[in-house]
Design a binder for this molecule. Structure first.
Ligand SMILES: C[S@@+](CC[C@H](N)C(=O)[O-])C[C@H]1O[C@@H](n2cnc3c(N)ncnc32)[C@H](O)[C@@H]1O
Length: 403
């Protein structure tokens, strides 16, 4: 079975530009039903919000309060499993096979899937039928919206983001309603951070630049879409619905829940499967079973006792990447964490040229970066260090790089 890792968006080529800091997020709430187009005429569904990061500075707390006031009007607080029953009943009524997992509150990550019985290593679980998948090919509840987006030929990510906003804003008239009420109202995502927050909290982090780039890319993509599509069809894309906040919500959902299913060759949201949390200690991945079931499954890589949370892997990612894509840092040991150690030749070294030649013969340069992990570092790092610190007079001796 080909394995699929949850997608890391970092390289999503939307648009990259250097913009001034984000303006205060101040778009209005969804307007009352009557003032909106038919596709969006549904009042807010569930209220509540969640911030995942502790605020240390009062100024930021105030900014955050402002942002909460202007968030989307759908979704729920993922610390609550209240709407989980709705999701489970919907899936069961629509044909999801009896599960050996149940949605429950868990220690970290809000909600997760917990074993209802003993599970052995190698057990196949989930079997979410393909009809539950949300992909760029899904049928649009609002045909007019779908037509415009298809004609615009947008890439998968913005298409999916607009699909989410379009369907979520239809409330109970969307077939996906039981799914949308269980999605976090405030996804745990770097997109919920202001640039100030990124600059302060990630000040010494190697992912700071990527985080800023990601926020700017999504913001710019939204502005492009507003200028080229939304503003041209205001009845189909009401400005009260297609706000920057809604767009950030949608991208936050995609960042944290979208899965690449290589057997299908597409990205998809998979209700229920997307309730599985990540553990750096496990190696089980979601995949699409093309054979009999045509459903999303995963195979456990260890046994679980009843009541234990069941995990998958979102990929062998360092914690910084997990923070960028999924908005959390694992509390357990993450063997994929590393820092990059930069070393290089001393400009005053009398053997500078000879050493540089020796390095280049081995595909290395000066300076050179090496990953240093908690559980070790590449053997080449030692050889490199030995070479640059050696005091040889005969350049022929520099083949020591192999040693
Ligand atoms: C695919 S969803 C999993 C379901 C999610 N816990 C929920 O309640 O909707 C991914 C999100 O779950 C949370 N999460 C997943 N694994 C986690 C972990 N090991 N520790 C903390 N949060 C985690 C993060 O908020 C992440 O963005």
């Amino acid at each position: 079975m080909a394995m699929a890792a949850l997608v890391f968006h970092g390289a999503v080529a939307l648009r990259s530009s250097l913009l001034p800091p984000l303006p205060a997020l101040a778009s209005p709430h969804l307007a009352p039903a009557m003032s909106l187009s038919l596709c969006h005429g549904i009042p807010p569904i569930v209220s509540g919000s969640l911030r995942t990061t502790k605020h240390k500075e009062k100024e930021m707390m105030d900014k955050d309060k402002d942002r909460k006031k202007t968030g989307v009007s759908w979704g729920c607080d993922p610390r609550s499993i209240e709407n989980g029953t709705l999701l489970q009943d919907w899936l069961t009524n629509e044909g999801l096979a009896k599960q050996k997992l149940v949605l429950d509150r868990v220690e970290s990550g809000g909600r997760g899937l917990v074993a209802t019985q003993s599970l052995r290593q190698g057990e196949r679980l989930l079997f979410v039928p393909s009809k539950f998948l949300i992909s760029a090919d899904s049928e649009w509840g609002c045909a007019e919206t779908g037509k415009i987006i298809k004609e615009a030929g947008l890439p998968e990510w913005p298409t999916l983001a607009i699909f989410l906003i379009s369907e979520a804003s239809r409330g109970t008239t969307s077939p996906w309603f039981p799914y949308f009420v269980t999605l976090p109202k405030t996804p745990s995502s770097i997109l919920q951070w202001t640039e100030d927050e990124v600059n302060i909290w990630l000040t010494a982090s190697p992912v700071r630049e990527k985080a800023l780039e990601c926020i700017r890319d999504v913001t710019e993509t939204y502005r492009d879409l507003r200028a080229t599509i939304f503003s041209k069809h205001p009845d189909v894309f009401p400005s009260q619905v297609y706000t920057l906040e809604a767009f950030k919500w949608a991208f936050g959902i995609l960042f944290s829940r979208l899965v690449r299913l290589p057997s299908l060759g597409k990205l998809a949201l998979v209700p229920w499967a997307d309730m599985l949390n990540h553990s750096p200690q496990v190696d089980a991945f979601l995949d699409f079973d093309q054979s009999n079931g045509k459903s999303v499954v995963f195979v456990t890589d260890r046994a679980y006792q009843p009541g234990e949370q069941v995990f998958i892997s979102y990929g062998k990612r360092p914690s910084g990447e997990l923070l960028l894509a999924y908005g959390f840092i694992p509390s357990e040991f993450n063997a994929h964490d590393y820092v990059e150690l930069e070393m290089g030749l001393d400009n005053e070294d009398p053997s500078y040229d000879a050493k540089l030649t020796a390095l280049e013969e081995h595909g290395l340069s000066s300076p050179q970066r090496f990953p240093v992990r908690k559980d070790g570092f590449p053997a080449q790092l030692l050889a490199y260090a030995r070479l640059i610190s050696s005091r040889v007079s005969n350049p022929a001796q520099l083949s020591l790089i192999d040693g």
